[in-house]
Design a protein. Structure first.
Length: 213
């Protein structure tokens, strides 16, 4: 079952960039909660508390606002330009028995034999869109590559979905494959350098015959 963490927040009335900047100086982060056909509410919450749960990959929270507790998903997190501080968080209201669509990271499991044979691992997909109950959101979807040889491919249809999880991606989409090192090198050579070209032959100009006087 997904981890649920309680987050305390306070409603706020002041809006705009100046108000948000002033709020951040006090150690708070401007937030908003919306969904379930209810009005969006502007909130503020502790920066220290939010950055801790975000870095631990928490997705579902019990959001306590002015004495009212409701389940909410962390839908969007905005960071400063250095990627160090959380500057805004979007929450969306959810119910425990509600099915939702959400994106989850993919994580490789095992060592591919193809790598030991000199192959190169290519992973076109790093996350996948899924459908599941709110309380069944997996932390990650693991991709077992322990039998993947050079030339081997794992498609979405070969992934093992956790109980109650449905993959929404194209079932024929490539998740990960092992290519030969030679093929990898060839694919990085620019087309204009891919084939040897004939050297240009510069012909010596014919002498111009002198006119007879």
């Amino acid at each position: 079952m997904v981890q649920v963490v309680k987050v305390k927040a306070q409603s706020r009335k002041e809006q705009g960039s100046k108000a948000s900047k002033k709020l951040r100086k006090t150690g708070l982060v401007p937030c908003v909660v919306y969904g379930h056909k209810e009005s969006a509410i502007s909130l503020s919450a502790s920066h220290a508390e939010l950055i801790k749960i975000v870095k631990h990959g928490v997705r579902l929270v019990d959001l306590e606002t002015d004495g009212k507790v409701e389940k909410a998903l962390i839908r969007d997190v905005q960071w400063d330009f250095l990627g160090n501080d959380v500057i805004h968080v979007d929450f969306s209201r959810v119910s425990a028995d509600e099915k939702i669509h959400i994106t989850v990271s993919l994580e490789l499991k095992g060592t591919a034999p193809g790598l030991l044979s000199g192959g190169v691992l290519d992973m076109p997909m790093h996350s996948i869109h899924i459908e599941c109950l709110v309380l069944n959101i997996p932390d990650v979807i693991r991709v077992n590559v322990s039998e993947l040889q050079v030339g081997g491919v794992i498609h979405v249809k070969e992934l093992v979905a956790p109980e109650g999880v449905k993959f929404l991606a194209d079932e024929d989409a490539v998740v990960v494959h092992i290519v030969s090192a030679k093929a990898e090198v060839a694919s990085t050579v620019p087309p204009e350098l891919g084939a040897a070209t004939e050297p240009e032959v510069i012909k010596k100009p014919k002498p111009v015959a002198e006119e007879e006087e």
